[in-house]
Design a protein around this ligand. Structure first.
Ligand code: ATP
Length: 582
């Protein structure tokens, strides 16, 4: 009930006018069904009178025309109602998806690293697609069936109260079966979400372009196919068990409903025989009973049972909408104050050791720092903390003087640009792939071209409008070209603080140094951070930060660090050996 009450305002927010229209149509449609029953009664009564000579031919024509008119109207309404339902469903699905996307944009990015959160998100997506369906079903139940049953209920009660009571009692057991179904299917959804996420992942490894080459070359197709089949059959098993459990219960309880209908029919027959009700009323109610039985079955077996399954999924959607958002006050960072971190630590969800441990660091305005260290030292995590993407579990990061814990994320990101290890290859044109970093600014082809040349993107036959995706009838770039393009994207965005988190692995060392030298020039007067494994590039920075096991173990210029003969000197010597051998 709580879930149902929650989805109504969401649905109204998504498609307010369609909802109102659909409800009105439901009421008129339900009323027209009820009018059919009354019109049938009058027609049968007048025909019965005509049969014994108490009424003439023309007395029968009017009720006949009324019944024909109502039946015709019913059919028209049915078509319009269905047509509108399909249109409303498509529009509402799109709008509800937007509501979820907006919510996700306000959730702390660190949560996307949590398995539980990703499971919840997967479940919420399932809920998203059923929300319009559930909302429309509820509207139909209340407006269409509700109107019809109210009319019929009043009519039956006025004829013989026991008729109505018997009918109501007959359907109580079937309703109870549905409550059990809600519980079974909510539990099923809880158990299925992680398996479904796994299964979807295996499907991607088998079909997606990015996995395709590797899975074929490694001969891993069969391995992933096996995992895919295993998770799929586990999902099927769980669904099958839940369906079997509830179907048996439902079958038993439906039999009681059928018995109730039979008793109602008997009561009706005996009331007609004793003269309590007219032949017309008997005919109308008898045919209506068939309709009531059919509609009740439809409500319970189809709508309620689907509703129950879907409500389990919707609970997850609502849960996602209720998640706390990352909030903070709107502030304007003053980048002349630089960036500072004071004793910050950060531990990933599910990990015991902190990825960044009690780190303090400052970057003055106009300063470029390089962060170096072995794999897993905590460099990328520190960058995410310095840019405010993650917030420290303890300590404070101040970006342009504002604390990332207290400031609205959009205020922090406003002046920051970054290129990360896992940059995106947008399936869009070359120009769009660059300009996407600053969608608030008007797209400027000249600025895009400047950023592309600063990042050293070799154009060959690639034009500003060339689509960079074979899937959309375009072309693909090489790994190195994509990396330079990602750097161009970072440079295009107007910024006061720019970060390059090792986006250069596919660029050769000499070219990388050229890119970083260029970057240094562009970063003049700004705060800048470079994360790199190639110490030749780190040398260019004003200050080098050496990390190990989440901690800063040394800070200084290249010369200072070499002379200290510590971790940095070891790394430098190790890399020099490789270059000498070459
Ligand atoms: P690399 O040079 O390989 O990119 P790095 O120095 O950038 O490494 P981080 O990516 O910051 O290192 O990782 C620091 C530590 O945090 C590692 O031990 C890593 O296993 C862990 N870690 C990183 N991302 C996650 C995550 N999403 N969930 C749990 N642990 C993580």
């Amino acid at each position: 009930m709580k879930t149902m009450l929650r989805i109504i305002p969401i649905s109204y927010r998504a498609t307010p006018w369609h909802n109102i229209l659909s409800n009105l149509m439901g009421i008129v449609h339900g009323a027209s069904f009820a009018v059919t029953v009354v019109a049938t009664k009058y027609l049968f009564d007048v025909i019965a009178d005509a049969a014994v000579g108490n009424a003439g031919f023309w007395d029968c024509v009017i009720p006949l025309l009324v019944l024909a008119g109502v039946t015709f109207g019913n059919q028209i309404l049915n078509g319009v109602h269905n047509f509108h339902g399909h249109a409303q469903f498509a529009i509402a699905t799109g709008r509800v998806t937007t509501i979820l996307h907006r919510k996700l944009s306000r959730i702390d990015p660190a949560r996307f690293e949590e398995t539980d959160f990703l499971d919840d998100l997967n479940k919420a997506r399932e809920g998203l697609f059923v929300l319009p369906y559930v909302s429309m079903t509820l509207s139909m139940l209340v407006c269409f069936y509700g109107t019809y049953f109210t009319f019929i209920g009043v009519y039956l009660f006025s004829l013989k109260p026991i008729l109505l009571i018997t009918l109501l009692i007959a359907f109580i057991p079937a309703m109870c079966a549905q409550i059990v179904r809600v519980k079974v299917f909510t539990k099923l959804e809880e158990q299925s979400a992680p398996i479904r996420r796994e299964n979807e992942y295996y499907q991607r490894t088998l079909c997606d372009r990015e996995y395709f080459k590797e899975t074929r070359i490694l001969g891993a197709y069969n391995f992933f196919h096996k995992l895919f089949s295993e998770t799929l059959s586990l999902l099927m098993q769980k669904t099958w068990r839940a369906e079997r459990k509830t179907a048996l219960l439902q079958l038993t309880l439906n039999i009681t409903t059928f018995i109730g209908m039979a008793i109602s029919a008997y009561l009706l027959f005996s009331a007609t025989m004793s003269g309590e009700i007219t032949v017309g009323a008997f005919a109308a109610v008898f045919s209506a009973l068939g309709m009531v039985f059919y509609i009740m079955q439809e409500i319970i077996d189809m709508h309620m049972s689907n509703l129950n399954k879907d409500l389990g999924k919707l609970v997850n959607f609502i849960k996602m909408l209720d998640l706390p958002e990352r909030t903070g006050t709107e502030q304007s960072p003053d980048y002349t104050k630089g960036i500072s971190a004071e004793n910050i630590s950060f531990t990933y969800h599910g990990r015991e050791e902190p990825a960044v441990n009690n780190v303090s660091l400052s970057i003055a305005n106009g300063e470029t720092i390089a962060i170096v260290g072995e794999n897993g030292a905590g460099k990328s995590t520190l960058v995410r903390l310095l840019t405010g993407i993650y917030r420290p579990s303890s300590g404070a990061v101040k970006v342009g003087g504002v604390d990332t814990l207290e400031t609205a994320p959009a205020s922090i990101y406003n002046g920051i640009s970054g290129v990360f290890q896992k940059y995106q290859r947008y399936k869009m044109t070359l120009g769009e792939n660059v300009a996407i970093s600053d969608t608030k600014a008007k797209l400027s082809e000249a600025l895009v071209e400047t950023a592309l040349s600063e990042a050293g993107v070799e154009r060959e036959d690639v034009e500003f409008d060339t689509m960079l995706s074979p899937e959309f009838d375009g072309i693909d770039l090489s790994g190195g070209q994509w990396q330079r393009l990602a750097i161009a994207r970072g440079l295009y965005r107007i910024n006061d603080f720019i970060v390059l988190d090792e986006p250069t692995a596919a660029i050769d060392p000499i070219e990388e140094t050229r890119v970083y030298t260029q970057f240094q020039k562009l970063a003049e007067g700004k705060c800048a951070v470079i994360v790199t494994h190639r110490l030749g590039s780190a040398k260019l920075a004003h200050k080098i930060v050496v990390m190990e096991n989440g901690e800063i173990v040394d800070i200084g210029t290249h010369e200072q660090l070499l002379s200290r003969k510590g971790k940095y000197a070891d790394m430098w010597n190790a890399q020099s050996v490789w270059y000498e051998r070459e």
